[in-house]
Design a protein around this ligand. Sequence first.
Ligand SMILES: *Cc1c(COP(=O)(O)O)cnc(C)c1O
Length: 500
Amino acid sequence: MKYISTRGNIHPVSSVEAIKMGMVPQGGLFLPEEIPTISLQQLQQWKNLSYSQLANNIFSLFLKDDFSENEISSITRNAYNREVFDSDEITPLKQLDNQLYIMELFHGPTGAFKDIALQALPQILSGALEKLSITNQLLILVATSGDTGKAALEGFKNVPGTQIVVYYPFQKVSKIQELQMLTTEGDNTHVIGIRGNFDDCQNAVKEIFSDNQFCRYLLEEGYEFSSANSINWGRLFPQIVYYFYAYLSLLKKRQIELSEKINFTVPTGNFGNILAAWYARQMGLPVDKLICASNINKILTDFFQNGVYDRNRPLVSTISPSMDILISSNLERFLFEITDRNEAAINYWMKDLREKGIFELERNLKNKIEEIIFAGYASEKETMDTIQKIYKRYQYLVDPHTAVGLKVYNDFQNLYKDQTKTVVDATASPFKFNQSVLTALIDENNVKNKGELILLQELSNYSGLSIPNNLKDLNEKKIKHNLVYDKKEVRKSLQDILEI
Ligand SMILES: *Cc1c(COP(=O)(O)O)cnc(C)c1O
């Protein structure tokens, strides 16, 4: 299977080339030339597969031209096992009531859903380097709003032939997120704070990718770029697997009939996770609505409601920081697909976005999208209230991102009285955002000014859940990274750490 650009500006390339490049050098995102489809019979046959077996089957659809069956099954077995994830099911499903289920995507090494793709991507990239006979070091640049950074650092730590550089918005991630990143070991890991917000980090990385002169200079020094953000197709397609897995779990537990449609609710930032759900739907998974949940940085809600994407607004820091994003990169892929792959339209909109910070859809297209996507948002207070309400009603603890999803699902429910079974993605462990979660549950004064590690223990005492292993020993770990740069100094930061 070949990979093409959303902007039609590159000849089709192989999967390993697309994943190695990360994005199209002239701008544009890679996606497969054809979307594979899965029949209902096949779904039925997949019902009893383990997560890693299912991943194996789905990975094969996208990688089989370049990787052997053995190679693919070795990747999925290494990524999805009980040593890496603290659940046999990898992404276990919890039932809250007759029609509401939570898919826990946070059982990986860093407590956020990004682990699922980032346990596979480094292996795929290593394979790609070998197949493309690349002897240069691969320089993985990552912009993070908090969770991708640590997940990527863990995935790439000590992977031969790679250097991983993570840019995070300095002082704009949770304390736990920051500690997780700054204590990363490994001799190929680099963490850099940027004075700015996530969009500044993401823009800086994208700009470097398309700076030919700087790329050539690095190439002469023996480095080539790649990306571990969801702009990289290799980050995106592994996420398709858990949507299938959730459906098959419901089928196995006889909660649904084969071919019965279900909804997915996804707390959304860069539009990567929800796009993976859309691809699952497109591949034939019986899915009705995709519910796109935002925090008060509700650019996507406005877009889906009015057809106007307008990023001329301030980015606000929230208690769901991994969704504090105004440039949802993967929307480009979605728009390409929903326009039946109209690259001219994409070029036109992206030009408007670049030059005016705004673009607008025609009404027909907006209506077409509305049949699939319901979008809404949660304010900060609504997010806190939801954490409390869900705990009271179901004794189930959610993090602020997941709470945003549940709030918007509740809005959808109130509006449509929909009876469809719905799976809400739980994108992070509540322990990762213990301060907000505890503040929602107990008197604020008992939370204020307490250290992160005390709060971890208090949340554990309150909920009776044990602290995830990966967070338990954070305070014993040494801080290994301490660099902070201005957003204009990203090139210099690379020269400094690579000593070139
Ligand atoms: C990254 C992240 C999101 C947003 O996912 P996208 O794929 O960027 O839309 C939501 N919640 C958490 C906890 C995250 O880490």
